[in-house]
Design a protein around this ligand. Sequence first.
Ligand code: PLP
Length: 391
Amino acid sequence: MANFDHLSAELDQLRVDGRYRPLTVWDSGSDTWMVLNGRKVLQMSSNNYLGLTNHPDLKKAAIEAIETYGAGSGSVRTITGTLRIHDDLERELASFKGTEATLVFQSGFTTNQGILGSILGSDDVVISDELNHASIIDGIRLTKANRKIYAHKDLDQLEQRLKESGSFRTRLVVTDGVFSMDGDIAPLPQIVELAERYDAIVYVDDAHASGVLGRFGKGSTDHFNLHGRVHIQVGTLSKAIGAVGGYMAGSQLLKDYLIHKARSFLFSTSQPPSVAAMCLAAIRVLKNSPELTERLWSNTHYFREKLHKFGFDTGQSETPIIPIIVGNPAATMLFSDALLAEGIFAQGIVYPTVAMDKGRVRLIITASHTQEDLDFALDRLQHVGKQFSLI
Ligand SMILES: *Cc1c(COP(=O)(O)O)cnc(C)c1O
């Protein structure tokens, strides 16, 4: 009889490698302090950069949208699933991003799949940073275009790839705006210059830059003042924005094309109205609350400087994503467990997600961490860091 023995064999191997991880089930909502097995722990690994998962405006918008529109949208966008609230969200987002148009998808993941899977053909080439997010890699798997990889942020190699690509109809360079494992920022001005020199399209995935980089959290294009020079910006509504969803910000032409061709857009039901309403409310909160991103960054600078003073290795971090490099996978997971025992949740990230000797706990600082929270975390990190001889 047919069976799934190969699955249990793979899971057994994960157990042997110490990489088998059951899901952590939280007994409270996404917040700065969360309840785990009856204990309150400080959350240091959530993408809830601005604390918007609990913002009263978002909650109110969701409740009102449910009362006005009901629970689900009933269909894909192209049939009956485009409600006024979806259109309002896309207009608000376009005005926020300063682009001609935006198109909302169900998640950042499906946004990359939908765009990369549809806009290129076999005459084209996509040139991708080796550390780009899984959703970009999978999006590229869906395209018939030729594929080239350049070493992480290596502009000489990027130029080489562009030089080799003169004979293709379209060249597209794709990069994360902020890289999720190291918290470093893509050299977007130099990428844009190279792309302009070699007549290439620039595609930046701002999942970890949305609500984080740029004025009011408008993203990396705004951060580097590259308005009008980045053809495709992808954002997520799932991280700093506090709900779930993703979007393309770019030209009306691109939006029209994606509405007709992007398969993850065409063949999957649109966001529930309550979700679209929360996203819309969140963008309005961002526009009216510059203090949120200011606090995010002052918390980040304070925390990282203290970690450096203690002697921790925080890798390439230059954003609120702050890895603490521990080393081998087993030590990394023990360090994470020891922090949890002290009341701090800091997710361990190990091989093969990162190099074998670069296991780390990945901290994410948020605007909603208070001074007390940060000092508590620093005190415990220093204590456990010494136990582990990291400092
Ligand atoms: C998280 C992430 C995504 C996926 O976004 P979701 O909205 O969670 O699906 C896409 N790209 C990058 C770079 C990310 O970090």
